[in-house]
Design a protein around this ligand. Structure first.
Ligand SMILES: Cc1cc2nc3c(=O)[nH]c(=O)nc-3n(C[C@H](O)[C@H](O)[C@H](O)COP(=O)(O)OP(=O)(O)OC[C@H]3O[C@@H](n4cnc5c(N)ncnc54)[C@H](O)[C@@H]3O)c2cc1C
Length: 412
């Protein structure tokens, strides 16, 4: 049997392991955390959002970004301290403005392709992840923003996504709890929401039941070719010391390590230029009846505030947003969390934010915002990584794509 190591047990690694196992491969998942889904796949915005497939490489976003750069509570924050990684990434980001339309259309197609396997796997494995199939309501505060959104709708339609234009009155009908004033919006009934952590953990348990081995608490420190195999060295957090790495030999490997993928790619001679783009979420426990009835069930995306929401069952409300270019830094800053809490207060004044739980995660972002599903320079090395702001939405499609790629060169 062919043994494949999947490095990373976030949403991309676990979906990849599942898809590979379904094809009959012997799979080992390796991760430095104690449990699956403890890094970026822990508490994200929860949206399965083909409607949010627009890539950020456009002139309007860059100009807005420049305006926001030095405002502490703006949706985007850049630490201007010079690092080669950050500025080379930004150079490539600007270069990719020319691919804005194509990449947006390709992303929406991928998001639509992901829906079928994503829901099939959840049903097949009986995973409870607080799925809400009530659509996503995209709202705009200004006429200018709304008009820019019409152009995005045209691109999304080219990729096969239908979303309808809605007036302020229709916004109130679709989500009666929303109190803020909005100029207009778009509604995508085919999108949905859920809890990424619960889904990933549920699918990881299904993988284990099907015979996938999970090696947790191991940090991969080097990868070398050993004849026709690959030797993966790792430091065990439980038993190992950095000077005494242990190793495992496999026939092939798939790198699904989120923001850790760039370092792992360098170990096998590849360049995967992922930058960690920090975002925040708050999860509000809806502990009293007023909070429960005041919180929305339909998922929202406030375009100007760059905030997304998900209702996770009756008793949790998740709000996420902001983009921070500040390296591999997971610190939770009060001045970045505060705009999320204030947004809830403005839009849903009956929701108590007293016990909101803050979280920060790092989006594994490529400069063209497109995930990398590809082979490496060395035979037997594959990638499924770099999903940026849409890893939850795209993961099932990219897992199937990388599995097809593996299958085309190595049989189980
Ligand atoms: C605030 C925020 C909101 C978001 N909202 C949404 C949303 O609404 N919808 C959506 O689709 N997406 C959203 N995203 C994006 C989505 O969450 C990510 O794209 C996705 O979680 C990335 O998954 P991953 O598997 O690539 O990375 P991760 O979940 O980070 O998994 C990578 C794993 O690799 C492991 N690893 C790394 N290096 C090594 C090593 N050397 N050795 C061993 N293990 C290693 C890590 O421990 C980790 O477990 C959001 C992200 C953020 C931050």
């Amino acid at each position: 049997m062919t043994t494949i190591a999947v490095i990373g047990a976030g949403i991309t690694g676990v979906t990849t392991a599942y898809a590979l196992r379904e094809q009959g491969y012997d799979v080992i998942v390796m991760d430095r955390q104690r449990y699956p889904a403890m890094e970026t796949s822990f508490a994200n915005g929860g949206q399965l959002s083909a409607c949010n497939a627009e890539v950020w490489n456009n002139t309007g976003t860059v100009l807005k970004g420049l305006k926001w750069m030095f405002k502490r509570d703006a949706p985007l924050l850049l630490n201007p301290a010079p690092t080669w990684h950050k500025y080379s990434w930004m150079g490539e980001f600007l270069y990719n403005i020319r691919n804005y339309e194509k990449n947006t259309v390709d992303t929406v197609k991928l998001a639509i392709a992901a829906r079928e396997p994503f829901h099939r796997w959840a049903k097949q494995e009986n995973i409870d992840y607080d799925l809400e199939e009530r659509g996503i309501l995209h709202v705009y505060q200004s006429k200018k923003g709304f008009e820019a959104g019409i152009k995005v709708s045209e691109l999304l339609a080219k990729g096969g996504l239908e979303r309808s234009t809605v007036t302020p009155e229709e916004i109130r009908t679709i989500e009666p709890t929303l109190q803020g004033k909005y100029y207009g919006g778009f509604f995508t009934p085919s999108d949905s929401t859920g809890d990424i952590h619960k889904y990933t953990r549920g699918l990881a348990e299904a993988c284990e039941r099907k015979g996938v081995t999970f090696m947790m608490d191991v940090e991969v420190s080097s990868i070398a070719q050993a004849g026709s195999k690959h030797r993966i060295q790792y430091i065990s957090k439980l038993t190992g010391a950095p000077q005494h790495p242990e190793s495992v030999e496999v026939d092939a490997l798939v790198i699904c390590a989120g923001v850790g993928s760039r370092k792992l790619a360098a170990m096998v001679g590849d360049r995967i230029n992922i930058y960690p783009v920090k975002g925040y979420s708050i999860t509000i426990p809806l502990e009293d009846e007023i909070s429960q009835t005041s919180a929305p069930w339909v998922s929202l995306l406030d375009e100007e505030a760059k905030i997304v929401t998900s209702r996770l069952g009756n008793s949790r409300f998740r709000i996420a947003g902001t983009a921070e270019y500040n390296g591999e830094n997971r610190n939770i800053r009060a001045d970045r969390v505060n705009p999320l809490t204030e947004w809830v207060r403005y839009n849903f004044s009956g929701v108590s934010t007293e016990n909101a739980i803050p979280w920060a995660g790092l989006r594994p972002m490529m400069p063209d915002m497109m995930p990398r599903i590809q082979t490496g320079k060395q035979p037997g090395v594959f990638y499924n990584t770099g999903h940026g702001h849409l890893g939850w939405t795209l993961s099932a499609a990219t897992a199937e794509a990388v599995t097809a790629l593996v299958h085309s060169s190595i049989k189980p």
